[in-house]
Design a binder for this molecule. Structure first.
Ligand SMILES: *Cc1c(COP(=O)(O)O)cnc(C)c1O
Length: 379
């Protein structure tokens, strides 16, 4: 039987292994020079906007909402077409999450829906670059700022992409990344928060490290002694260790080739499926240079589950991204009802992510294309 193809997978080479081994042989395992270097390397991808490395994409979101000062009584306007963490981390700060519907084409949050959802209590508008296609970042930023809120871009899918000629990470007030193995680069577990504003950045750095203040000029008891550090606001330990930051820098040195190969494979799927009537293919809007994390096929005619099972039986590890966030029982129990974002629900009903990762061969993609065509009765 043919090899099982997962929907996503890391690409790790000998240089990555060596970078990690070198740190393990050295003095620093946790917070040392590899963290500083990885953060500087990340800024090379965000148009110079500084980054704070953290332990996951989920931690990055939790940190970003903390930096924005999100708390009880605040509202966070969020895309429902995302992994649950985008909304869950806001809820865990005590905020009320308000879902704004997405475009049926890109699955990215619609500016008009955001406009209708913001109120005087909105603290953050959280957009997601679904599948690696940037959201309408300029318009969303304006809408957020008019409402007195910040724009947070969950760029877990889209590092290496750009919108209207400017890189992901340079648009929003706060941008978050994930370095989970299926994402565009990996540190095993890991993530980062980017912010141009020094106050947002400083709060992100502090929340990552228990809220500890070491700068004597800011301490309430600066004469306590050389050992002294103070907590002014609660934080957590979300520090990404040197060992994993070394892997991150090594991976980042190949991000261009990862993005290019993902684009090639994405185009190969498009060409191989473009004449099928039973599917709709992903759309690229003018101004977008996606960093394709997913190939999000839409299966028409109510046949998504059937095709999912057909491909799984044939060793093709398709995935569904995502169940609308408010369908999760934790949100349903808070009173969120099905039907509130019909665009997201329809997209979910049709979506099927085909395998996409840099080390997939052309022959692997042709095999997937062949099986999808066979399902629809095409040679
Ligand atoms: C992966 C992902 C996250 C969470 O990242 P982890 O590193 O797995 O914690 C958040 N948002 C989106 C859109 C993601 O795809």
């Amino acid at each position: 039987m043919a090899e099982f193809l997962p929907y996503g997978r890391q690409s790790v080479v000998a240089a990555d292994v060596e970078a990690v081994a070198e740190v393990l042989r050295g003095d620093w395992l946790t917070t040392g020079p590899a963290v500083t270097r990885f953060e500087a390397d990340l800024a090379g991808w965000t148009g110079g906007v500084p980054a704070v490395a953290v332990t996951s994409g989920t931690a990055a979101l939790h940190v970003a909402y903390a930096a924005a000062g999100v708390g009880p009584g605040d509202e966070v306007v969020c895309s429902p077409m995302t992994f649950v963490a985008t909304a869950a981390t806001a809820a865990m700060h005590g905020a009320t999450v308000v879902f704004a519907d997405v475009s049926p084409e890109t699955a990215n949050v619609l500016p008009d829906a955001v406009k209708a959802a913001v109120t005087a209590r909105t603290k953050v508008v959280a957009a997601v670059d679904f599948a690696g296609h940037p959201a309408d970042l300029g318009t969303l930023g304006e809408l957020a700022h008019e409402a007195g809120a910040l724009l947070l871009e969950d760029a877990a899918h889209s590092i290496g992409g750009s919108w209207q000629g400017r890189p992901v990470g340079s648009w929003a007030d706060l941008t978050t990344f994930s370095f989970f193995p299926t994402k565009n680069l990996t540190t095993a577990e890991g993530g980062a928060v980017c912010a141009a504003d020094p106050e947002l950045l400083g709060r992100a750095q502090e929340f990552r490290n228990h809220g500890l203040v070491r700068d004597r000029s800011r301490q309430r008891f600066p004469d306590e002694g050389g050992w002294h550090q103070e907590v002014h606001a609660f934080g957590l330990n979300y520090r990404l260790p040197d060992v994993l930051c070394a892997l991150g820098s090594s991976q980042l040195s190949r991000l261009s080739s990862f993005v290019a190969r993902r684009a090639e494979l994405h185009a190969r799927y498009r060409a191989g499926l473009s004449d099928l009537e039973g599917v709709a293919l992903p759309v690229t809007l003018p101004g977008a240079e996606p960093a394709w994390h997913l190939f999000a096929l839409r299966v028409l005619g109510g046949r998504r589950r059937e095709l999912y099972e057909f491909l799984r039986e044939r060793g093709i590890g398709v995935q569904v991204n995502y169940i609308p966030v408010y369908w999760h029982p934790v949100f349903a129990d808070l009173g969120y009802r099905r039907g509130m974002c019909p665009g997201a629900e329809r997209f979910y009903a049709e979506e099927l992510s085909l395998p996409l990762w840099p080390d997939l061969s052309d022959a692997d993609v042709d095999r997937v294309i062949g099986e999808v065509r066979a399902f629809f009765g095409h040679a």
